[in-house]
Design a binder for this molecule. Structure first.
Ligand code: HEC
Length: 101
């Protein structure tokens, strides 16, 4: 009984840590490539034609956000998006990150 409780606590902690790691990958991808136009918090709306990304996840599904990024799949299996080459994992994390801005 006790073992099971400890086990599920460890499992939950592990899942949290994995979520944090993914969020960190998404944040780094965003800051390296997107923040210069959208601001580090995605809310920058100073430049013409750029709307805030804040609350985007409430308007669009993740699939729609991914579509709007127009990432190009390279023969290496990586993705070219806004001038940066991302791994599949980075792109997934980026979409998730943007959906939560
Ligand atoms: C050179 C400036 C620039 C960079 C860098 C840039 N964007 Fe944008 N972004 C824009 C502009 C301008 C628009 C509005 C026109 C359009 O949709 O293409 C836009 C639109 C978007 C939209 C659609 C918003 C909506 O309301 O439909 C998303 C999502 C987005 N950007 C995400 C990103 C992400 C994620 C990155 C980094 C990988 C990024 N952008 C990098 C300029 C930029």
């Amino acid at each position: 009984m006790m073992y099971r409780l400890v086990f599920s606590m460890l499992l939950a902690a592990g899942m949290l840590a994995a979520g944090d790691a993914r969020r960190e990958i998404g944040r780094q991808a965003f800051e390296s490539t997107c923040s210069r136009c959208h601001g580090t918090d995605g809310k920058l709306a100073e430049y013409q034609y750029i709307k805030t990304l804040h609350g985007l996840g409430k308007r669009l599904t993740k699939a729609e956000i991914r579509e709007r990024l127009r990432a190009v799949r390279l023969s290496s299996g990586q993705y070219l998006c806004r001038g940066t080459v991302f791994s599949r994992e980075q792109l997934d994390a980026l979409v998730k990150y943007v959906a939560r801005l």
